[in-house]
Design a protein. Sequence first.
Lengths: 562, 91
Amino acid sequence: MIEFPPGLLLILGAILVPLLPQIVRNAYMLALPVIGFWGLLMLPEGVHFAFDMFGYTLAPVRVDGLSLVFGYIFHIAAAISIIFAFHVKDTVQQMAGLIYAGAAIGGVFAGDLISLFVYWEGTAIASVFLIWSSRTEASYRSGMRYLTIQVGSGVLLLAGTILYFKNTGSIEFTKMGLTGIGPALIFIAFGIKAAFPLLHNWLQDSYPEATVTGTVFLSAFTTKLAIYALARGFPGTDMLIWIGAAMAIFPIFYAIIESDLRRVLAYSLNHQLGFMVVGIGIGTELSLNGTTAHAFASVLYKGLLFMSMGAVLYRTGTIKSSELGGLYKSMPYTAAFCIIGAATISAFPLLSGFISKSLIISASAKEGYMIVWLVLLFASVGAIFHSGIRIPYFTFFHKDSGMRPKEAPTNMLVAMAIAAFLCIAVGVYPAPLYEILPFQIKYVPYTTTHVVTQLQLILFAALAFAFFIKKGLYPSQLKSINLDFDWTYRRLLPTILKGLVSIIIPADKFVRTVFLNRVERLITGVFRHHGPEGLLARTWPTGSTVLWVAVLLALYMLFYFI
Amino acid sequence: MTDQPKPDDKSYWLDNEKNVKKIIVALIIASVVSVLADFFYHKHVVFEVEGIPGMYAWYAILSAAVVVIGAWIFRKLLMRSEDYYDEGDND
């Protein structure tokens, strides 16, 4: 058995993609994550392929409980996303998807901060092509913003690593906590990719601009790599509890009023990350297991939701909630898969969201964080509202839009079916997932109390939704955009710069005029003295020079004596 | 990629208002049952408030109201026309 670094197979494998004929290409691409997954099962725990470079000990592959869970789900997500994209013939997207997935997988196995940095930037650079592949003006600009922010995150990571190395003499990627400026920079770098409040907007800006299949890839990797990195480097950092709580709440309101349904899902993704960040902040074995399990589950149901909306966009050409409705009539399978994804994010019993989210909520209660616990329950109702009901309701039911698009292509249905099956399987039989979590603890999700209370939460949220719709109190589906933090760099900063320019240009002009006048006078002056007729331009005989030197010497002597 | 054959005249189960009503009635019954269930088992609670019968139902209603009111406020403050940033459509 030859061991190979996880992720590298997908990255190197991507190079062959353009050389292969279309017939075998799909099978080849799907084989890469399948073989990679198999290789992962064979890989023993510990550090592999370590080597020294420039005095640093690099550990490109470190296998342990935490990295394995993320490694497994990333391989599964890659395989599902590749199947979903079987109909795509664009080699740029195919290669970008593989390299991106491979870099994310490599990232979760990176045992040192330098290797992590390399993969970190790899995900940024590969994934932007999934956005640019939409080949629209909007996607180009959005991709540029995305790339700037993502690469910026990498630069912070590198700067933090250098400072961390200076203080500790180590670049091992392990629990560091907020112990100085180096780790603080690394914390911010992770926070950008994890879409912390105010650092979040690249997510909602770019994901809806990517291609139908690109968004499915994007939803799985970048943010979960960041969650992994936070769980590795900063478990038990109190600040994360409150950051996570804020993250779990504020995107809800945007997700209710946003009209682009893929953007709704991007807000919804951001809000689900909030739960995971809270789990990292609490930092107990139960809560960290919860974060890991929830990341695993959310890759599947979030992917499923993005796939269903991608299928709708692919068939109807729009994803604006104001233009959709009644699609269950001609896309019943897509509708059914979407509902499974929606019920999973609502944490309906017997689905994976129920058995993963409850670990985090239980941990918050167990540690006595009552406010956080109430916030997470509130956020759960929010999830039921914006993703659990709103997404399927306004797409597939509500008013009949008159559109009768064809059912999604077979490959898309297969990909959705696999994700839906896994959502149910993990929910019904959570033992295997609990088994692979980083900490061995006993947790029983299906207690009477838990099932009944969760059903109350879901049923009454649904009832409230029906009431608001009936009374016309639910915010109507309008074609619009809603300002978010990206306004600061898409509108405010450019406006300030424009304002500065309007002050600077006249000021600059004034300075130049004054300066030019001076220069002109100087030139005239110089010309007077040094010009052809100037006093200083005449050729002087050597004798007179000697005389002048003698005069200077005499003066010098005189002053010396005085 | 638009693919829209003409709307068919086929009638679907949900087109009938009566059936929609049936779903709502079923939802109401299920909700009531879930609250009544609170009286028939021993609830394991961490915080005292959890012990109040139907606490999760009340909390869901309260949260739903906050979500919708918050959304209206967000819309009032932050909604702009679609071409605000003027970058072309993403469809």
